[in-house]
Write a protein that binds this ligand. Structure first.
Ligand code: SAM
Length: 435
């Protein structure tokens, strides 16, 4: 394809411009789970919705009245309004000339009004997006006089909540840039160039830490995607207040659970629940299922208990202190097992996984319902997993494998279905530990 021909993103953006009630959004997704996000969008919005899927993100056009559904989606993390998509012909020789292209685009061509209105309505920003020169000068003067440094909220939140604004407050903003590809300029230089031009055009106040609006510029090859952040707090932070060393993001938990396709009345267990992130997400989403979790570490059980108690709806989860190789269930009892196995990094040791993983698969083979039982297992230790699967072969068939990124580690998700093979022949091979 010609480098300068219209990209799919440009086409999607052009489609959003035709209808005043439609705007383009992009959301981040935990890498490897993009299809789960696509499926959730189709399920919750419309099965025909056009979605562009890229590594770690999706793009789509939505109607105004669909935004509430987008915000309720659980597979996605941060949400942005796409304000502009365009391509450039960079010289690749002169940095000044290439940066000037961004400045010219912001000054002369970018029409951000629709996206800014959408951002204001969605975030509940009460202040001024289009201040007069007088208002801007006064605000800058006041800022210098009082030398007010608003302390940024520490922790998970980004900038300041736009809905906390007063009516006469002028928009405080910052521009960040992420770049993929070979360029003669740095990301920070793009952010400065675009940020400076936005300030001249709109008279906003630059504020790198207590901003209300974050403009995120993505330069991918010769394409610039200008986005306005909507989520003040990443959606993966929901549910947990008491974190363990390997607490999973709620978005990852949701995606793992989705892969198991829970049905009404299913029994879902997480036999190595750590701080309880999987059972809590399960109880919140699949409230018509019976959810149970357990761990062999007393601290983990205690952490899960406090997270359950702190959860908004005091989720109904049965919690036990147990050993995964000796679970307190009769044979063929459980419909779904979703668990995050010790990676052998950050949690557990690879050498121990060799035995533990085999014990896990054999025990799951015992408790899961033949033919219908499914399990979704997350691990970093593919080698121990393959060896365990060899031992437990015939008890399971692997229906799907995904490569996913968990906190920077290349992990794998295995979706297994229990076959109708009898468990009996696997029984004597392992000596059970006491719980
Ligand atoms: C990767 S962590 C799970 C983290 C959890 N998903 C969370 O979000 O906090 C693995 C867990 O397996 C537990 N574990 C290790 N060996 C176990 C065993 N034999 N029986 C039960 N739990 C075990 C560890 O205590 C640890 O909490």
């Amino acid at each position: 394809m010609n480098e300068n021909s219209e990209s799919n993103l440009q086409k999607l953006f052009a489609e959003s411009l035709i209808n005043d009630n439609v705007f383009m959004i992009t959301t981040t997704v935990d890498t490897g789970f993009e299809w789960q996000a696509v499926d959730e969008c189709k399920e919750k919005l419309n099965k025909n919705v056009k979605i562009i899927k890229e590594r770690g993100k999706i793009y789509l056009n939505v109607f105004w009245n669909q935004f509430a559904q987008i915000q309720e989606m659980r597979s996605i993390d941060n949400i942005f309004i796409v304000a502009d998509v365009r391509k450039f012909e960079f010289s690749g020789i002169s940095k000044e000339a290439d940066l000037q292209l961004f400045k010219d685009a912001v000054r002369d061509d970018m029409k951000l009004k629709k996206a800014l209105n959408a951002w204001k309505n969605i975030t509940g920003f009460q202040g001024k997006i289009y201040p007069t020169t007088d208002e801007y000068n006064r605000a800058e003067k006041d800022r210098k006089l009082c030398n007010t440094i608003v302390t940024p909220i520490k922790g998970k939140k980004r900038g300041q909540d736009p809905s906390d604004t007063e009516k006469d407050e002028i928009l405080r903003y910052r521009v960040t840039c992420e770049r993929i590809g070979k360029h003669i300029f740095e990301s920070a230089e793009v952010a400065r160039a675009i940020g400076g031009e936005l300030q001249d055009k709109y008279l906003w106040l630059v504020d790198l830490s207590t901003y209300y609006l974050e403009v995120v510029c993505k330069v991918i090859g010769n394409e610039l995607i200008t986005q306005l952040r909507v989520t003040h707090e990443s959606k993966h932070h929901r549910n947990i207040i008491s974190f363990g060393p390997t607490t999973l993001r709620a978005t990852v938990c949701y995606n793992l659970l989705r892969l198991a396709h829970p049905n009404l009345g299913d029994i879902i267990i997480d036999p190595m629940c750590g701080s309880g992130s999987i059972p809590i997400e399960a109880a919140l989403v699949y409230s018509q299922c019976y959810i149970m979790g357990g761990d062999n570490h007393p601290k983990a059980v205690f952490r899960t208990k406090s997270n359950i108690e702190a959860s908004s709806s005091k989720c109904k989860i049965d919690l036990l202190h147990w050993n995964v190789s000796q679970l307190p269930f009769k044979d063929s009892f459980v419909d779904i097992v979703v668990t995050d196995m010790p990676f052998g990094k950050r949690s557990g040791r690879m050498i121990d996984n060799r035995i533990l993983y085999k014990e896990i698969l054999i025990e799951l083979g015992r408790i899961m319902k033949p033919l219908t039982g499914r399990s979704v297992l997350l691990t970093y230790d593919r080698r121990s997993f393959s060896m365990a699967l060899q031992t437990a072969r015939n008890l399971f068939c692997v229906t799907k494998t995904l490569g996913v990124n968990i906190g920077g580690l290349q992990a794998a998700v295995y979706v297994l279905k229990r076959t109708d093979m009898s468990y009996e022949q696997f029984k004597p091979k392992f000596v059970k530990h006491n719980v």
